[in-house]
Design a protein around this ligand. Structure first.
Ligand code: R2B
Ligand code: URA
Length: 307
């Protein structure tokens, strides 16, 4: 029965390449990967992307360009071009530096899942071996100092379930949202006191909105009191939520379903118990955003060759 294996991880092939269980794909003469601007007829995806070992996704094009440059330094990759590989589509920006793909996903679950699903198909057609997918992002923290880094252990949706809920054929599907425990611990172990920020492993709430969906008081609409907001945020903190962003549930669900190891690494820009507005200046925010970049970069530099 379909529902029996929904959300269960898809085993990989013996060589570590992805096995997608959608039989319809095998019947296509050419698969158009629309938002990335590729198709399987005109492009030799395995020649272009067969060597990919790590994909790093994040919200903005700018940050993902910075990540690509950072990885070129970390891995000492000389002959790379900072060309946006998806430029035909004008939707996202994707860069390739040696074994690393750096690609932006926009804001929120729908934008991120379109990109993620097309990346999964790309990795599948490319026959990339044992790829790991990271998300580096920003978030609002709960009772932790701004500038801290949170590595997500699970995603929580807006109705406090550890699932990604999506309507399919008129019915709500619920896909479990749990991250790879070993990967998050390996990442955390790479941070030392000398880095000058705290790192937490904990739950991440993924909201479908920045304002009311994250209990903010400063949106154009607000129909609850400050007391309601504070008691909700305390409730989240009490069940182990460390930060709030807008993608974790679906990111965990789809990577897990595809049988791909993944981690969500976000810096917090504020403590939501102390306010709603993102007030640090641009330089501080850029400096904080380098923290997930450096941490994931360190992981890739350390483990490249082992996976
Ligand atoms: C964090 O920051 C963005 C909203 O400002 C969103 O993509 C997220 O998850
Ligand atoms: N991103 C979010 O989704 N929420 C915040 O509070 C900050 C960044």
């Amino acid at each position: 029965v379909w529902s029996r294996y929904l959300g269960a991880p898809c085993p990989k092939n013996d060589d570590g390449s992805l096995r997608l269980r959608n039989e319809n794909l095998t019947k296509l003469d050419s698969d158009v990967i629309y938002h990335l601007g590729f198709d399987t007829f005109h492009y030799d995806l395995s020649a272009m992307f067969g060597d990919v070992k790590f994909v790093c996704m994040g919200g903005t094009k700018q940050r993902m360009k910075e990540f690509a440059k950072h990885m070129a330094k970390e891995l000492d990759v000389k002959n790379f071009q900072l060309t946006n590989l998806t430029k035909h589509s004008h939707r996202y920006a994707m860069y390739k530096v040696g074994p690393v793909l750096s690609v932006n996903h926009g804001i929120g679950i729908p934008s991120m899942t379109i990109l993620l699903q097309e990346i999964l198909k790309l990795l599948y057609y490319a026959k990339a071996k044992n790829p790991i997918i990271f998300r580096i992002g920003t978030s609002g923290g709960l009772k932790i100092p701004p500038g801290s880094v949170v590595i997500s252990s699970w995603g929580l949706n807006g109705t406090l379930e550890k699932t990604y809920n999506i309507p399919v054929l008129g019915k709500l599907r619920k896909i479990p949202s749990i991250f790879d425990k070993r990967l998050s611990q390996e990442l955390q172990s790479l941070v030392s006191d000398a880095d000058g920020f705290e790192t937490f492993i904990g739950g991440t709430m993924a909201a479908d909105d920045f304002y009311r969906g994250q209990a903010r008081l400063d949106g154009p609409f607000c129909d609850y009191t400050e007391k309601d907001k504070v008691s909700f945020l305390h409730k989240l903190a009490d069940i182990g939520v460390k930060n709030i962003e807008m993608e974790a549930t679906a990111f965990a669900a789809y990577t897990h379903e595809a049988g791909v190891r993944a981690a969500d690494v976000c810096v917090t820009l504020l403590d939501r118990l102390k306010g709603d507005q993102v007030k640090p200046d641009k330089a501080t925010i850029l400096h904080w955003q380098e923290r997930p970049i450096k941490l994931v970069g360190r992981y890739i530099a350390k483990y490249y060759g082992n996976n």
